[in-house]
Design a protein around this ligand. Structure first.
Ligand SMILES: Cc1cc2nc3c(=O)[nH]c(=O)nc-3n(C[C@H](O)[C@H](O)[C@H](O)COP(=O)(O)OP(=O)(O)OC[C@H]3O[C@@H](n4cnc5c(N)ncnc54)[C@H](O)[C@@H]3O)c2cc1C
Ligand SMILES: *[C@@H]1O[C@H](CO)[C@@H](O)[C@H](O)[C@H]1NC(C)=O
Ligand SMILES: *[C@@H]1O[C@H](CO)[C@@H](O)[C@H](O)[C@H]1NC(C)=O
Ligand SMILES: *[C@@H]1O[C@H](CO)[C@@H](O)[C@H](O)[C@H]1NC(C)=O
Ligand SMILES: *[C@@H]1O[C@H](CO)[C@@H](O)[C@H](O)[C@H]1NC(C)=O
Ligand SMILES: *[C@@H]1O[C@H](CO)[C@@H](O)[C@H](O)[C@H]1NC(C)=O
Ligand SMILES: *[C@@H]1O[C@H](CO)[C@@H](O)[C@H](O)[C@H]1NC(C)=O
Ligand SMILES: *[C@@H]1O[C@H](CO)[C@@H](O)[C@H](O)[C@H]1NC(C)=O
Length: 496
């Protein structure tokens, strides 16, 4: 009798689990979710051209895979999709610009891609001080919609990157010296939480979540809409100077930058943005990498001579200089939608970020040499190292505990981008290079703390490196994670 009961219970358990597994393996999403979606939403299955467009990532380091894409058009579509996914225990991820590359993304397999791109509207407030943007808007769309009204705000530098993705990790861009990070401009947002509930966040509503979204936001929800501060466009242009130098100029260039900042103890003027790149340009030097040195200077038609004269004296191989308006910057910076960084092309683009305060000249030389060695192998010839020196005045003006973003004191954002056609046998070499590169810069920096920008994260960084070393900061984030996402549904981007 006891045996019979046990086996009966077992059979029922097996039957139930088969049923659950069956409904989990093949729930009919068209029939079950479709009726709850708005008329503009679509469900897209593998095998279609639309599916490829919605899932083709910029960086194939650790790509997530999807059983289905739900192209949402309203907040309630997002809620219905999250609830459907939860009912069937299917993982999900919001996507916008598809430029995220951190390795935790690869933990999402056969999930639901909550495609945000249809939510791309811009509405400028009547007082002209703020605008509300759809959660799936791109940098380009933000910039152009505001520009048409004589306005601007902080976005990432790359036209094809989302607004919200960068915002959730802080968000660096050309205008940050004047207005702060992308996230510093956030006034309020609508957020769909892990359980499908939609809430408003601001300094006065769910302010704890508002704090966390500004720097650790990938852990907490799907943003359907954000309202941010916007600004009048100044009447002046952006001057630029672009110089390309051969390999022997590394010391002179970074020493010059250090001279201007008294070795990192003072800031460059707020108007001054410096972005440099180590890259291979065989037409300039067939045997070695080169240094592309860029200055973007807001408020003038010519970069002031005090900056250009010493740089010209160093002896660039190629020079270009002119002025442009704000939307014209991306053409000069090679970050337009037509540029190489905006093409999706089955490539790995591994990043290993480190944020620092000043340049150590010997370390810059060693960094250049290691990059030169890596890219001597044609397999890695499209790789680069980015040295981003956006001005920081308005970033530093915000108290460090105001938001979750932990790295306000740093001046330079550096990352190798190790680029190659997808081929897993090359991954270990890329990782070895990136780890050594970052470690060497960290040791030269002399700081006990390694700071890694979450939006560039490789994926193997510690919580401290990514979200800050202060114990109170991590404790607060962990408490908020338990409160807003106890089942860890948002675990595919530098998870807490
Ligand atoms: C070529 C290139 C240029 C870049 N330029 C800059 C730059 O200038 N400044 C800068 O700060 N960073 C920059 N980044 C880094 C960028 O911040 C991250 O890659 C960011 O994750 C990209 O967001 P996305 O929407 O394009 O990508 P996705 O891969 O679509 O999204 C990335 C992450 O954001 C989440 N996400 C997207 N939309 C939403 C939403 N509406 N609600 C909730 N979560 C959402 C996704 O779930 C995912 O976790 C750049 C990266 C690349 C590859
Ligand atoms: C799913 O449901 C839709 C709509 O009810 C139906 O047209 C379709 O044939 C179903 N698909 C499968 C695989 O059963
Ligand atoms: C949900 O899925 C996860 C991983 O896919 C699994 O570990 C977990 O046990 C599942 N939960 C339920 C209730 O089936
Ligand atoms: C942007 O939004 C408009 C209006 O909803 C829509 O027609 C368009 O398709 C959206 N863009 C993308 C790329 O989805
Ligand atoms: C900057 O550092 C260099 C090299 O260590 C040193 O020679 C120089 O005096 C420093 N300059 C300032 C202003 O601190
Ligand atoms: C400078 O830019 C202006 C405006 O884009 C353009 O008309 C002009 O040809 C440029 N001059 C040079 C020398 O590139
Ligand atoms: C930041 O710290 C200051 C001083 O300790 C405190 O007054 C303030 O409330 C803190 N702000 C936040 C958002 O925690
Ligand atoms: C992958 O890289 C290895 C090592 O360089 C090379 O031998 C192999 O041919 C590559 N595979 C493809 C498909 O390109």
């Amino acid at each position: 009798m006891a045996r019979l009961t046990t086996s009966f219970v077992q059979s029922v358990a097996i039957a139930i689990s088969l049923l659950i597994n069956f409904s989990r393996a093949s729930p009919n999403i068209t029939a079950e979710l479709g009726p709850f979606l708005s008329s503009d939403a679509t469900i897209i299955f593998p095998g279609s051209a639309e599916f490829l467009v919605a899932t083709d990532r910029d960086n194939e380091q650790a790509p997530p895979t999807y059983a289905v894409v739900v192209e949402v058009a309203t907040e309630s579509d997002v809620q219905a999709t999250v609830r459907y996914a939860n009912r069937h225990n299917i993982s999900f991820l919001a996507t916008t610009g598809l430029h995220g590359g951190t390795s935790a993304l690869g933990n999402l397999q056969q999930g639901i891609n909550v495609r945000m791109r249809k939510m791309n509207a811009t509405t400028i407030a009547a007082d002209g001080l703020s605008a509300t943007f759809g959660g799936g808007i791109l940098s380009l769309e933000v910039r152009d919609a505001l520009w048409a009204a004589g306005k601007q705000t902080v976005t990432g530098a790359c036209e094809c990157v989302g607004l919200v993705g960068p915002l959730l990790g802080g968000g660096h861009g050309y205008l940050q010296g004047f207005y702060g990070l992308i996230s510093d401009n956030l006034i309020s947002a609508r957020v769909v939480l892990a359980n499908g509930e939609a809430v408003s966040v601001s300094a006065t509503e769910n302010s704890d979540l508002f704090w966390a979204l500004q720097g650790a936001g990938h852990n907490f929800g799907i943003l359907t809409e954000v309202t941010s501060r916007i600004y009048d466009v100044p009447s002046t242009n952006w001057a630029y100077a672009q110089y390309i130098y051969t390999h022997d100029k590394v010391e002179a260039l970074f020493s010059q930058l250090n001279t201007w900042t008294s070795n990192g103890t003072t800031s460059m003027p707020v108007e001054f943005v410096n972005k440099n790149i180590f890259a291979r340009i065989p037409g300039i030097d067939a045997d070695n990498a080169v240094i592309i040195f860029n200055i973007f200077y807001q408020g003038a038609d010519v970069v002031p001579t005090e900056y250009t004269a010493p740089l010209l004296a160093i002896g660039p191989a190629v020079t270009a200089a002119n002025a442009t308006d704000y939307p014209g910057l991306t053409l000069i910076d090679s970050t337009t939608v037509d540029s190489a960084v905006c093409q999706q092309h089955d490539a790995v683009n591994m990043m290993f970020p480190i944020s620092i305060k000043s340049y150590n000249i010997e370390a810059q030389r060693a960094a250049f040499n290691s990059f030169n060695e890596l890219t001597a192998d044609a397999t890695f010839i499209n790789s680069a190292v980015l040295f981003e020196g956006y001005s920081t005045q308005a970033v530093k003006a915000v108290p460090s505990n105001n938001t979750a973003f932990p790295h306000r004191a740093d001046n330079y954002l550096i990352t190798p981008v190790v680029s190659y056609a997808v081929n897993s046998t090359l991954d270990s070499k890329a990782i070895e290079f990136g780890d050594n590169f970052r470690q060497a810069l960290h040791e030269a920096d002399g700081s006990a703390e390694l700071h890694t920008y979450v939006n560039y994260a490789h994926g193997d960084e510690t919580l401290q490196e990514t979200y800050g070393y202060e114990a109170w900061r991590l404790a607060r984030l962990q408490t908020l994670k338990k409160k807003y996402d106890p089942d860890r549904k948002f675990s595919f981007y530098a998870p807490i």
